[in-house]
Design a protein around this ligand. Structure first.
Ligand code: TRP
Ligand code: SF4
Length: 325
């Protein structure tokens, strides 16, 4: 069985963008791969080192939501990066052989420097972000890394680091391949990419009334200023959700209704909103279940840490031996 590794920074409550961008995919991969999914709390520190409080809390909350979405600790290993100290050791060793120029030309690095200009990111750790990520990935000798396009350069860099490592010390690590999450583009309530920082997201944990309220005011085709104006579904941000959630008949009906001005936007959205709310019902139930059992979450992380730790220890003894350490 091939191995999958992926991680996410503990960013707080999950929204629909996370669900369709990554998590649905992860849940499916559990069937066919040996999977490691972890909370990248050290990576969170690369940008939030000045205010680290809350990282632990978000870690537990995020694991609870992962389980509620359908990650199953019986079929995948869920752990916390900072609990497997070998990641730090491998990061250090990889940093010895990674040229700085590879890191400086990394597009994600350049973009983040620009986007997060209010924070001081001229740190050693931030430049080395992808080296730590490479350590995360190759620690488990991953064959595939399911990530969105924005993370593809990091996996590419991981491959370059692996080639360099193997050329010096022999074939220890497989070159991991990116498994691009085919993102159904999921716009937020305002039509921009759904993101916590834009305040335009529908949280998986939102109660049905909130989901209804939020989606009812989601932007639609701007050409439909009045109820009598015809619209074009393909130009409507809300319609992306119809495409994910509605039945083919419903999609056909609302599309026709939209183009002929036979249906109003609110009625059109109602059809989709009902599905979104129903679809998240099992999530809400499981989440309520785990909220009453914080020890279960702790146990899942502890058990994952143990499994990942054993694997990491084995990899590191091999690494130390080829480096004659
Ligand atoms: N950098 C990833 C992100 O921001 C998180 C991450 C850290 C990761 N280590 C990883 C993803 C290893 C995949 C594999 O989303
Ligand atoms: Fe969008 Fe539906 Fe309104 Fe058309 S009728 S613009 S598809 S919400």
């Amino acid at each position: 069985m091939e191995t999958i590794v992926s991680g996410a920074r503990p960013t707080g409550l999950l929204h629909l963008g996370h669900l369709h961008g990554a998590l649905r995919n992860w849940v499916g991969l559990q069937e066919d791969y040996r999977c490691f999914f972890f909370i990248a709390d050290w990576h969170a520190l690369t940008t939030d080192y000045q205010s680290p409080d809350g990282i632990m809390e978000s870690t537990r909350a995020m694991v609870a939501e992962w389980l509620s979405v359908g990650l199953d600790p019986a079929r995948c290993t869920i752990f916390r990066q900072s609990d497997v100290k070998e990641h730090a050791e491998l990061h250090l060793l990889l940093s010895m052989l990674t040229p700085v120029s590879w890191l400086e030309r990394n597009p994600t690095y350049k973009e983040q420097l620009r986007e997060l200009s209010e924070r001081d990111l001229s740190t050693y750790g931030f430049l080395g972000y992808p080296v730590l990520q490479a350590a995360d990935i190759i620690m488990y000798k991953a064959h595939r890394v399911p990530v969105g396009v924005d993370q593809a350069p990091h996996v590419e860099l991981t491959r370059e680091i692996v080639r360099r490592f193997n050329s010096f010390y022999g074939p220890v690590f497989p070159e991991p391949e990116v498994l691009l999450t085919e993102t159904q583009r999921l716009p937020g309530l305002d039509g921009r990419k759904m993101s916590k920082s834009y305040g335009n997201s529908v949280l998986l944990a939102d109660p049905p009334e909130t989901i209804d309220k939020k989606l009812s005011r989601m932007v639609t085709d701007t050409a439909r200023a009045r109820r009598t104006d015809p619209g074009e579904p393909e130009k409507c941000p809300a319609f992306n959700l119809h495409k994910i959630y509605c039945t083919p008949e419903e999609i056909r009906e609302v599309s026709e209704g939209c183009r002929s001005a036979g249906i109003g936007c609110l009625d059109c959205k109602k059809v989709m909103i009902r599905h979104v709310i129903d679809d998240l019902e099992p999530f809400r139930e499981k989440k309520a279940y785990y909220e009453k059992r914080p020890d279960d979450i702790r146990d899942v992380i502890a058990e994952g840490n143990r499994v990942a730790g054993d694997e990491a220890a084995a990899t590191m003894s091999e690494v130390r031996s080829v480096l004659t350490l």
